[in-house]
Design a protein around this ligand. Structure first.
Ligand code: HEC
Length: 129
């Protein structure tokens, strides 16, 4: 292999490396703003409704935490069907053994692109990034 080809191979390898480690939707950048806009007013620390506090530590409150309404976790990394948060957002929470209203409580469901962002974040491992 001459040196130019060698260089090219190196660059391609680096690009492939970047591709596979590219982070999915970031929690701080994409998820927290949705929660702050639509959820935190009811799910504040102290007096949180539904026994869920999404402020000031939303990640710790959601990921790997048991739901109080169902047997599911609120967010199961990589598993949308197993994430009760997702079912509350799309209104399928009763089907999976949950209770109560869809979220946001007694309001319209979130816009579908907001729900998509949260779904993708869960699918890609619910990373804290
Ligand atoms: C107007 C107040 C209000 C808003 C806004 C609201 N919630 Fe809730 N939430 C509640 C109440 C009340 C409950 C308990 C009763 C029920 O589930 O219907 C609850 C319950 C929940 C639960 C169940 C917790 C568990 O342990 O199973 C989740 C998850 C949840 N909310 C997430 C959200 C998310 C995410 C948003 C924003 C998209 C949101 N909520 C917006 C009031 C609210």
């Amino acid at each position: 292999m001459n040196s130019r080809k060698f260089l090219l191979a190196g660059v391609l390898l680096m690009m492939a490396g970047c591709e596979s480690s590219q982070p999915g939707p970031g929690f701080e950048q994409l998820i927290v703003p949705i929660l702050n806009r639509h959820c935190v007013m009811c799910h504040m620390v102290d007096g949180a409704q539904g026994e869920l506090s999404l402020h000031p530590q939303p990640y710790a409150a959601l990921v790997g935490k048991a739901s109080t309404q169902s047997d599911l976790l609120l967010v199961a990394p990589g598993d949308v069907e197993g994430s009760y948060l997702y079912h509350k957002l799309v209104g399928s929470h009763l089907r999976v053994g949950g209770e109560g209203d869809s979220m946001p409580y007694q309001r319209d469901l979130l816009q579908s692109n907001d729900i998509d962002v949260i779904e993708q974040w869960i699918v890609q491992g619910a990373r804290d990034n």
